[in-house]
Ligand binder design. Sequence first.
Ligand SMILES: Cc1cc2nc3c(=O)[nH]c(=O)nc-3n(C[C@H](O)[C@H](O)[C@H](O)COP(=O)(O)OP(=O)(O)OC[C@H]3O[C@@H](n4cnc5c(N)ncnc54)[C@H](O)[C@@H]3O)c2cc1C
Length: 807
Amino acid sequence: MAKPPRVVIIGAGVVGSALADELTERGWTDITVVDQGRLFTPGGSSSHAPGLVFQTNPSKTMTELATYTVEKLSGLTLDGRWCFRQVGGLEVATTEARLHDLKRRHGLAASWGVEAALLDPDQCAVVHPLLDPARILGGFHVPTDGLAKAVRAVEAQARRAIERGARFLGGHTVTGIGQSAGRVTGVETDQGFVPADIVVCAAGFWGPRIGRMAGLTVPLLPLAHQYATTGPVPALAGVNDPVLEATRPILRHQDRDLYFREHGDRLGIGSYGHRPMPVRDFLSPAEAPVMPSVLPFTADDFAPAWQDSVALLPDLAGAGVEEGMNGVFSFTTDGFPLLGEHRELAGFWVAEAVWVTHSAGVARAVARWLVDGDPGIDLHECDLHRFETVQLAPRYIEERAKQNFIEVYDVVHPLQPMERPRPLRTSPFHPRQRELGAVFLEGAGWERPHWYASNAPAVTPPRDEWSARYWSPIVAGEAAATRERVAMYDMTPLKRFEVSGPGALGFLQRLTTNNLDKPVGSVTYTLMLDFAGGIRSDLTVARLGDQTFQVGANGPLDEDWMRRHLPDSVQLRDITGGTCCIGLWGPRAREVLQPLTDADFSNAGLKYFRARRAYVGEVPVTAMRLSYVGELGWELYTSADLGLKLWDMLWEAGREHGIVAAGRSAFNSLRLEKGYRAWGTDMTTENDPYEAGLAFAVRMDKGDFIGRSALEARPAGPDRRLTCLTLDDPAAVVMGKEPVYAGGAPAGYVTSASYGYTIGRTVAYAWLPASLSVPGTAVAVEYFGVRLPATVRAEPLFDPKMERIRS
Ligand SMILES: Cc1cc2nc3c(=O)[nH]c(=O)nc-3n(C[C@H](O)[C@H](O)[C@H](O)COP(=O)(O)OP(=O)(O)OC[C@H]3O[C@@H](n4cnc5c(N)ncnc54)[C@H](O)[C@@H]3O)c2cc1C
């Protein structure tokens, strides 16, 4: 066996120490952890974090990272003292909106396998007697949540690592990253050079500074967050053993951006209600009066938080604030951590912007990623390379990270767009879309019309307030126009690349599952797998020349993966911003397009899943005959400068056929009726093509490709399947991520859902055990606490014989 690599971890906080433990456990024992501060309280965020661990998160990944942290830290002690106290977690509601949202959180917990209960005010006061039941409306209780003792967890994990051979060096400040020929060689410190094959930056909010040493943008913003401790609270006298510190659940009062924990007979109070306080200059451990991550308490900022605390917990009134701090930690632009390897500097990794809550989970995933080449969990939301270039602009990072601080406890709707900076990315059609009254939401910085006010409203079943947000009955009219007449969809924001060169075919064949060795003009739906056979992405690949392909992809992670495997004989160009695309779809699409062009767009002239170049009026287009809405039509691509001309021509020509501009909301409904999956929502690296219902895109006989051998080793019949459901009540709606129950017990969860306007009921895709994935099976989807009867259906629900799309 080859000797394991030498690893240097920068930062002996809760992340660095957990990573050293996880790596040494896997047999990588040549580990050096360096920290500028004194071990094991070197002065970063972990050295003072109050350590509340609430596991439930809208993200399945984040919940699972937290669940593992709880599991691991619960089994650790330091010299007989606890590292995790499972006191439970309680989130209370003081507003109807929050009370309603707690039901959604209860559903999320069920979806991700976390045991939880909804409590009435009296039950809340039983588990947390400081609460006055008259002041709350209810609560969400997770018995396995609790308190992590971060400093002890750091030391306990470090000791285990040290026993297996790791070294921890305090008082070593990293000043540079050694590099040669695109690889790291070690770290420069004020105490000398430490050689390494792999360097992991776990430097907390110092991450951007270390990143700059390696030529990498680490997009996080250090922000101060207030934490205060009360004086003795009479009602807590004698309640807590001094060693155990706390017995009552950790408490969240999100309506007022507050959280609480016990410290013996005192209460700790954290607040996110104050102004965002970015921190740009940090003192060294020697210079800092307390420690670098602790800034002086600004009492004025805390005053409203104190009043709100007393209003919730009247027993605090006489206790007062005894001490407080403005503690610093990292915020990212989307609230997720930053994990992964630098693309231009092999061996330089980051594990940044990680809460104590997720620390052990992150450390295990990164350790697996390093040792096995696979993190063992879907990390696409946390991947360092998930950002568009514009999202790495310093102004963008500052604006978005501050907003994330503000929203950290808000009820955030899954479709809620960012407010600033907008508009950021617009397609050439933007002026026309505005004229038509487009209602824009935002994705990856793009302005994306969800519906157009100018389209006449249609009659739809009434909706509840939550599902009616970012939605309009107009959507039904746009869906109907697409099925009955013809519609134009702005497909510009979909990421696309040109892949060219002598090695292009071989490269794409190796990276994807379907056979792309087809004549020029063919279009193929194919999958990119990881080495374990999990779905990294789904792509639409058009062969436009012998050595030229246009690849329709999902996002920056696709570019990252492709560039990591790119041979010298292939060029990869992101052409998204320089081009644009209109999806022209509907039974009358041909009548709109054909008169504008000499090229033959008849059924025989350009068959389904074929591409050609043509002129539409004066505009050169690449036309691809495919449709995610399941109707006849084409994706028409041209350069950005000609976009408006193309739009205007199609619009003019379409008027006599009743053309409409239609938005994402109709698109999403129509695609679900056709059973077209969305990567990242319906399937991820945690799923293989067979269970995701995508076996048709895998050609095992085409030769080798990444993930092929892993697929060969998979058992014949998957034991879970992505399954099509419809809700039995034609007026009922769900949104995605809801738990699915069978026989009264949780059996899976919804991925995507939308009302199907053609079929007249809600369509939901869900992961379910194969035994339940049988058409006709009765299940229930829980939406805000109500179990909605649903039925497993054969898919696709609409036009299964593909007669419309091939017409
Ligand atoms: C007031 C407050 C309350 C919080 N409450 C919670 C909570 O209740 N629950 C929760 O989950 N999270 C909480 N957090 C967040 C949590 O504390 C952090 O996210 C977490 O501790 C980060 O751990 P880390 O190991 O990444 O970083 P850190 O603990 O900051 O460790 C990074 C280390 O890198 C070292 N370092 C930096 N630069 C260099 C260099 N050039 N050379 C050598 N060493 C270097 C630093 O000295 C530091 O020790 C809170 C944070 C604050 C500030």
